[in-house]
Write a protein that binds this ligand. Sequence first.
Ligand SMILES: O=C(O)c1cc(=O)[nH]c(=O)n1[C@@H]1O[C@H](COP(=O)(O)O)[C@@H](O)[C@H]1O
Length: 310
Amino acid sequence: MINKLVDKIKKTNAPIVVGLDPMLSYVPEFIQKKAFAEFGETPEGAAEAIWQFNKAIVDATYDLIPAVKPQIAMYEQFGIEGMKAYQKTVDYCHEKDLVVIGDIKRGDIGSTSAAYAVGHLGKVQIGSKSYATFNEDFATVNPYLGTDGIKPFVDVCKEEKKGIFILVKTSNPSSGEFQDRVIDGRPLYEWVGEKVAEWGADCMGDSYSYVGAVVGATYPEMGKVLRKVMPKSFILVPGYGAQGGKGADLVHFFNEDGLGAIVNSSRGIIAAYKQDKYKEMGITEENFADASRAAVKDMVADISGALASR
Ligand SMILES: O=C(O)c1cc(=O)[nH]c(=O)n1[C@@H]1O[C@H](COP(=O)(O)O)[C@@H](O)[C@H]1O
């Protein structure tokens, strides 16, 4: 799957991921109204609304992008109905030939981690049959429990040709509380980055490992260091747009080959129709997905422009 991701980035010329984090408050009124008329103001109604919202955004952007990253929490808050919308979203994105990064941020001990890995990336055995249940292509994983938590994911990835992105330096303001702590002369995120390189060393695709890392766009200097610590790891870079990251901050996350990083924007794309910039282009709630398409093009131009002038 890492090869497919790289191929799709090359084909689209777009090292970006659209984050499908559909908060109900981002879903235009007319979609909510229709869903509530059919299913009531219920978890089922909310799930229908976020699914219709996602579908419109995917339809408007899939030809421009290599990948999507649905954030499971946004679906899980609506219980089983929300999880069905998550599944529909994953399956629909596959129909559109998009790489799906399940932002599930799992991390637990061995046997539990194995169950998460099987459920999201592998196949669960039921009697004589096996089923790919959630069936994402990549998942995000929290490394706090160490090798015991990561190895089950790596084992499933090896078998299924899938991949993971391991949290190394996260984009949020308080990420430094633990991640920047200096241990034996080096910050913890560097130790974790080194471990990601080690875990991924025998998990190589054609040019990159399918054991990747997450490093926030909001910490460009750390991204520069981590790029060197993990030269073969693909870096998923969240924090662009709504959290303040810009193309110019991102150049050092990429290798000289122009690859090695994929930048996520969620609110900046899916809720673009709320921004004045796109309103001024005549976009209203009714054609909200056109704003997402325009925002994807703007994001790609911003990142490509920064890479071209480095
Ligand atoms: O793993 C992630 O994707 C992630 C890691 C991180 O360090 N920071 C971060 O914001 N994310 C996720 O990336 C998305 C960012 O959303 P926006 O800020 O709306 O673009 C959310 O789904 C976050 O959960």
